[in-house]
Write a protein that binds this ligand. Structure first.
Ligand code: BG6
Length: 499
């Protein structure tokens, strides 16, 4: 992580993060461990306050204790320095209130004033159904501005559940905050390896000439998970892969892979280029959506030697649910660089391995010179950006097998984060929290990006409406996914990479 000296930012003095929904999982598992890590590396301004806001009847100490347990369980670098954590939590306070109650916001305002805090980052870590109420109440209490400080808001995905609700959320946010104050969090953008897509593409001269339809046959973006829906079934059953990760993480990875070089490296220029990519993807007609997407649901199977239940048997999933837990899609970016190059995207729960990667498959040699069996053709040049785990980049090449015949075998050139930089990359939340405190929105999604991503997603969801799901394809947990998901990719003469 680049060292950001937030103490040099004159506006950063006396900063608070206000976590709405501090009693939930996100605060404990992600936000507090990231804040601790940043504190430990002296990256936070001083003084820095953590203010939790939620309905439960907690004391300051109770909140401190729960947040501490969160760091103990989920902190990244070990051992956890308990005395340091204790010191950080001395500046943590709790406001007990429902999100509807105006009194709660008065208490919050008083607390900020008492602590002498001007610069405040509001963080919506609540279920999305609460976003509008909180934003409205922030507005009514005039907390969104401070004459001699800044006020910003971080909004966690999902940003709406379709185009219409996304627009209405945006409208609500803009009725109180300006776009510059809004930080829409897609945690994939905070992953080091995802940022490295930009460094790799625009910091090296050798790939750019190849990065187009002339030399690239197709691109596969895979996000596979071994986990099921866990305790989130209530949300997931209404979302499915399409809302949960396609509309955001997968389309973001696609944008970063396909975008043009920005004129400069700043939030506006980078996001302008990403939006252009999304704008170049046409909305699907009904027929095209059906032909270019494939969805399925997992049934019981075995993962890592353990038997896991069918999706329909998970707690809080409707027994007749037709929600997809697997989605594969083929998209085209209709611009001069990419016309005709398929982008295959897929994601699923309960697949055999947790893995996210972008595989760029280059075109074959025009003519095979080496004997009958040319393995370079069977295993072509592929550049794989390994987002997680085992973060790094691999280039698959054909090389001569030693011996007296000209036989080509696929070999790998590997760059590994762990080997090169000696340690695992930092957590996405560490970087994104710092960026939002610094006022750098480059790694956050802008309203037009979200809207474009929903436009594409909505066209698929609309087409799906007419599909009979009584025979929704299934796949056994722990397998490579459903039969049939390879059809459209096979028709193009390509194959899914193994998960
Ligand atoms: C979240 C999705 O955004 O990303 C989850 O809601 C998914 O369903 C998660 O499991 C995956 O994130 P990561 O960082 O573990 O790949």
């Amino acid at each position: 992580m680049p060292e950001i000296d937030i103490n040099n930012d004159p506006c950063a003095e006396g900063v608070a993060i206000v976590i709405f929904g501090v009693t939930g999982d996100l605060a404990r598992r992600k936000l507090m461990p990231a804040l601790y890590e940043n504190f430990k590396h002296d990256r936070l301004p001083s003084p820095f306050y953590i203010i939790g806001f939620a309905r439960r009847s907690w004391s300051h100490d109770k909140m401190r204790d729960v947040l501490k347990q969160g760091v103990m369980a989920h902190g990244r670098t070990r051992p956890i320095q308990e005395d340091l954590l204790q010191k950080q939590l001395e500046n943590a306070f709790y406001v007990e209130s429902t999100f509807q109650d105006p009194e709660g916001y008065v208490k919050l305002d008083q607390m900020l004033k008492r602590l002498g805090v001007k610069n405040t980052l509001f963080y919506l870590a609540t279920p999305p159904g609460q976003y509008a109420t909180i934003v409205e109440n922030i507005g009514k209490s005039n907390l969104e501005t401070c004459p001699d400080g800044w006020r910003r808001i971080v909004v966690e995905k999902p940003f709406g559940r379709d185009l219409e609700t996304a627009e209405s959320l945006d409208h609500k946010l803009h009725s109180v905050f300006s776009e510059e104050q809004i930080y829409r969090m897609d945690h994939y953008l905070g992953k080091e390896t995802v940022q490295n897509i930009l460094a790799f593409r625009f910091g090296n001269g050798i790939f750019e000439p190849l990065w187009n339809r002339k030399y690239i046959n197709h691109i596969q973006i895979t996000m596979s998970e071994t986990e099921g829906v866990g305790t989130r079934a209530g949300y997931y059953d209404k979302a499915g892969v399409i809302r949960d990760v396609f509309q955001n993480h997968l389309l973001q990875l696609l944008s970063l892979t396909a975008m043009e070089a920005p004129a400069v490296f700043n939030a506006k220029a980078v996001r302008d280029e990403k939006v252009k990519v999304l704008k170049s993807i046409a909305s699907f007609s009904q027929e095209k959506a059906i032909a270019n997407t494939f969805r399925a649901q997992y049934v019981s199977g075995t993962i890592d030697g353990k038997r896991v239940a069918s999706y329909k048997d998970e707690v809080d999933v409707a027994p007749d649910s037709t929600t997809e837990t697997y989605l594969a899609a083929r998209l085209f970016v209709n611009n001069w660089r990419w016309a005709g190059v398929p982008f295959y995207l897929r994601s699923g729960k309960r697949l055999p391995r947790r893995m996210t990667e972008i595989a760029i498959q280059f075109t074959q040699v025009p003519l095979s010179l080496f004997g009958q069996r040319n393995l370079a053709e069977e295993a072509p040049n592929v550049l794989v950006i390994r987002i997680q785990p085992d973060e790094g980049i691999t280039l698959y090449l054909g090389a001569k097998v030693p011996g007296n015949v000209m036989m080509i075998e696929p070999v790998k050139m590997r760059f590994s984060y762990l080997e090169a930089f000696g340690g695992e990359p930092p957590e996405a939340y560490e970087r994104l929290l710092l960026d939002s405190l610094m006022g750098d929105a480059t790694l956050f999604t802008r309203s037009d990006e979200v809207e474009e991503a929903w436009r594409i997603t909505q066209s698929i969801m609309d087409a799906w409406e007419s599909q009979d799901l009584s025979n929704l394809p299934i796949y056994e947990a722990g397998t490579q996914g459903p039969h049939g998901a390879e059809d459209f990719i096979k028709d193009d003469g390509c194959f899914w990479r193994s998960i």
